[in-house]
Write a protein that binds this ligand. Structure first.
Ligand code: PLP
Length: 400
């Protein structure tokens, strides 16, 4: 047998973490790395945060799982907090980001197809944007134009059409009598930390209102204080009809949520959707603990102020290496450094990890992605700059 016990779908590296302490990960061999990846925007409070781990440990010992057939005091509490702190009136809990996007797509279709008599239609198509990432289920790969995720999995799910990101005219032109809504990341994550323009986001909101379409935001990566706002759309001065959240929302515990307004959720009636694990007591304890920490102005201001410091330090630093780095973009502690086309970002990420104990993530458009824990301080920022600086000075392009 040559296949590995772990299905070989990931190119796993030699860094094998067994323990985490704040912004640091410790590998099997004892080596330490500064974690500016956070499990790809998941460990928003770093590793081993006492409030989060205590909440999970206590809930695990009290009640881990019950069916959604029963009343859920834990779920009601967290859903109420999400309703109180966001645009939403109602929430469906999932175990991952892709499931949250799935629920969002179903909610948008049901808005039209399961509407009150006289308003119902068979609208189903969702307009999405190029280089988006929405997850790895059949519906969510179908929602992305990225062919590398489609290969080997045809036929795709019907009902998506792809328009250039940030192209409002393109989005308008794509609307037809089949259109159910738009699905967009306010800041593309995998696509290269590319924030949408305000004009685009406001324009989509207006188009959705004019044509009775659902504006669905995928805030799986950019949400939960990552951008310096609780949700990234707040900075654009718009609200969605439906929004997918995940990653940071559980701080490392698998949790996602599909949030919607009362109007947008009009098609989601008893029996319309479900999940065995979604919204279980353990996940709700994690979500509540995260909300205790992040859902307040002081924490969000802290993220914005660390963002200014980190960004300022990077901007100053990259001036020393004009042949390697082009510019910085992003919001909050979701920053991307666009690398020069001569350098392959994946190779540089591996170099920083293997030779300098610094974890970052590669993203589309040759962008070095930085997603540190949201509670980092000045010390982590200076350690990061030291490591990036040493890593850049020592970097040699591989022979091609
Ligand atoms: C990670 C991600 C997803 C998918 O989340 P999973 O938990 O891996 O299913 C969806 N959308 C965006 C924007 C993401 O970054």
């Amino acid at each position: 047998m040559t296949i590995t016990p772990l299905m070989p779908v990931y190119p796993r590296c030699g860094f094998r973490p067994v323990r985490g302490e704040g912004a640091w990960l410790i590998s099997e061999d004892g080596s330490r790395a500064l974690d500016f990846a956070s499990g790809i925007a998941v460990n928003c409070l770093g590793h081993g945060h006492p409030h989060l781990t205590k909440a999970i440990a206590e809930q695990a010992a009290t009640l881990m799982h019950v069916s959604n057939l029963y009343g859920s005091p834990q779920g009601e509490e967290f859903a109420q907090r999400l309703v109180d702190t966001t645009f939403a009136d109602t929430v469906f809990f999932t175990n991952s980001g892709a499931e949250a996007v799935e629920c969002a797509i179903k909610t948008a279709r049901a808005y039209h197809q399961n509407a009150p008599e006289g308003e119902a239609s068979d609208r189903f198509e969702i307009i999405t944007f190029k280089n988006a990432f929405h997850g790895r289920t059949m519906a969510t790969i179908s929602a992305s134009n990225q062919e590398k995720m489609h290969h080997g999995f045809s036929p795709l799910l019907n009902g998506f059409c792809y328009v250039e990101f940030d192209d409002l005219e393109g989005a308008k032109a794509a609307i037809s009598e089949k259109t159910a809504g738009f699905l967009v990341e306010p800041i593309q994550g995998e696509g290269g930390i590319r924030p949408a323009s305000e004009e685009f986001m406001k324009g989509l909101r207006t188009l959705a209102d004019e044509h009775d379409l659902m504006l669905i935001l995928d805030e799986v990566q950019c949400g939960v204080a990552r951008s310096g706002r609780l949700y990234a759309h707040e900075a654009y001065g718009i609200v969605p009809d439906i929004m997918a959240s995940a990653k940071g929302i559980g701080g490392g515990f698998p949790l996602g949520a599909c949030l919607a307004t009362e109007k947008a959720a009009r098609g989601m009636k008893i029996g319309a959707h479900g999940s065995t694990y979604g919204g279980g007591p353990l996940a709700m304890a994690a979500g509540n603990a995260i909300w205790d920490v992040v859902a307040n102005d002081e924490f969000l201001e802290g993220v914005r102020s660390m963002s200014d410091k980190l960004r300022g330090a990077i901007e100053q630093f990259i001036g020393n290496y004009p042949g390697m780095f082009e510019f910085v973009r992003g919001q909050g502690l979701m920053l991307g450094i666009r690398m020069n086309d001569d350098i392959t970002v994946r190779d540089f990420v591996g170099h920083l990890r293997d030779n300098h104990g610094l974890l970052t993530v590669a993203a589309g458009d040759n962008t070095l992605r930085l997603l540190p824990p949201l509670n980092i301080g000045d010390e982590e920022i200076s350690t990061f700059i030291e490591k990036l600086s040493a890593g850049s000075a020592a970097y040699e392009k591989p022979e091609s």
